[in-house]
Design a protein around this ligand. Structure first.
Ligand code: NAD
Length: 355
């Protein structure tokens, strides 16, 4: 097949890990007989420096035309002033809004060989294989708000949902669960929040269309606890924007390394934005030691969800698992006796394993 992929390396290690992701996509194209073309664009801090905008119009236009978007990370100390009017992360929010990407999928799997990297006891991690489906364009981060101007005594944010917003994210979660262990845990705060009571009502109604999928409701505070206590019981978790933001970071600790976790942001069409969950890691940027596996696993999600190439996606995931099993480690996941490799060598190892 032919596909046009926009790459947005962004800042810091984003540049280094996206380069490895592109290498893997090129290897997939060669091995499976596809033609992928790549278009590189600016986002985040580097875009602010070059154009004054975190998301230049030319970047958004290119992403809209693309079949899929591979993103690195944005931000860094240079642009970190929280009072600044223009900030790198506005590029991410603008991109999600501009492409109407309302569902963020974050799979959490445990690589058996990396179990010791998790702060949880290894036996707790047995069988952990879950996906958090986070609503991405509504809820507390997008509702009406009032900023406190100097001297103001109040500020507020609003958790606002319309039923159609809950319905479409619910359907994404149930469809996904059908391809997995057929269980959805909907996380809300329905004992306190009106928006959560609407959320629960709509999710329950949609569940009737998926009688083969088991639905449970869980309050967000309980979910935070059970994610640590019995993480293997979860299959698909669907939740509000800010709840999802917090729970996905918590869930990432199950795997023990930020460098291993991928994400996909999807809307109605096939186009999507694929990115590692980690940031630009200014502390290691430019050293060539960043772990590219989260980005390479994001490439697998891109192949699966935007290009519909399941065999290729599974081949990339297997190559990553095999490389980890063979003992290749970047510094962040290194343990005594393993093969210490840099960013490029890890990418090369995945490609060599892919064959
Ligand atoms: P971070 O994820 O960049 O780094 C946290 C720690 O994990 C650091 O010690 C870093 O070295 C390490 N780490 C992260 N990814 C790694 C990888 N692939 N390989 C090896 N080690 C890795 O989070 P932070 O330090 O809180 O944020 C740094 C900057 O990134 C900030 O400007 C922040 O706003 C931004 N950020 C961007 C995104 C995004 O673009 N989606 C997400 C989170 C943070």
């Amino acid at each position: 097949m032919q596909a046009n992929i926009v790459t947005l390396p962004g800042d810091g290690i984003g540049v280094e890990v996206v380069a490895e992701g592109v290498k893997v996509l090129q290897a997939v194209a060669t091995k499976f007989g596809h033609t992928f073309t790549f278009e590189n664009h600016l986002i985040g801090g580097c875009a602010i420096d070059a154009t004054g905008e975190p998301l230049p119009a030319s970047t958004l236009e290119a992403c809209k035309r693309a079949d899929a978007v591979l993103l690195g990370a944005v931000g860094g100390p240079k642009w970190d002033d929280p009072a600044a009017k223009v900030r790198p992360e506005q590029g991410l929010l603008g991109l999600r809004k501009g492409l109407a990407l309302y569902a963020n999928l974050r799979p959490v799997q445990i690589f058996p060989q990396l179990r010791d990297a998790s702060p949880l006891r290894p036996e707790r991690l047995e069988g952990v294989d879950l996906v958090v489906v986070r609503e991405l364009t509504g809820g507390l981060y997008f509702g009406p708000r009032k900023e406190a101007t100097p001297g103001d005594m109040t500020a507020y944010d609003t958790m606002l949902y319309a039923d159609f917003e809950v319905e479409r994210i619910a359907r994404k979660a149930f469809e996904l669960a059908r391809l997995r262990r057929k269980k959805v845990t909907s996380v809300d705060k329905a004992n306190v929040l009106a928006a959560s009571r609407l959320w629960r009502r709509v999710i329950t109604a949609i569940a009737a269309d998926y009688p083969d999928v088991m639905l449970e409701h869980m309050l967000v505070d309980a979910a935070a606890m059970h994610l640590m206590r019995r993480p293997a019981d979860f299959d698909v978790i669907v939740t509000e924007n800010m709840f999802g933001d917090i729970l996905t970071d918590e869930a990432s600790m199950l795997s023990g390394s930020m460098g291993m976790l991928a994400s996909a942001s999807l809307g109605e069409g096939r186009n999507g934005v694929y990115e590692p969950i980690h940031g630009s890691a200014p502390d290691i940027a430019g050293k060539g030691i960043a772990n590219p596996l989260a980005t390479i696993l994001s490439v697998a999600l891109l192949l699966r969800y935007s290009l519909g190439l399941e065999t290729e996606a599974a081949a990339v995931e297997k190559a990553v698992a095999d490389v980890v099993a063979a003992g290749y480690r970047t510094k962040d996941i290194y343990t005594e006796g393993a093969k210490l490799v840099n960013t490029q060598e890890m990418g090369d190892a995945v490609i060599a394993t892919l064959g």
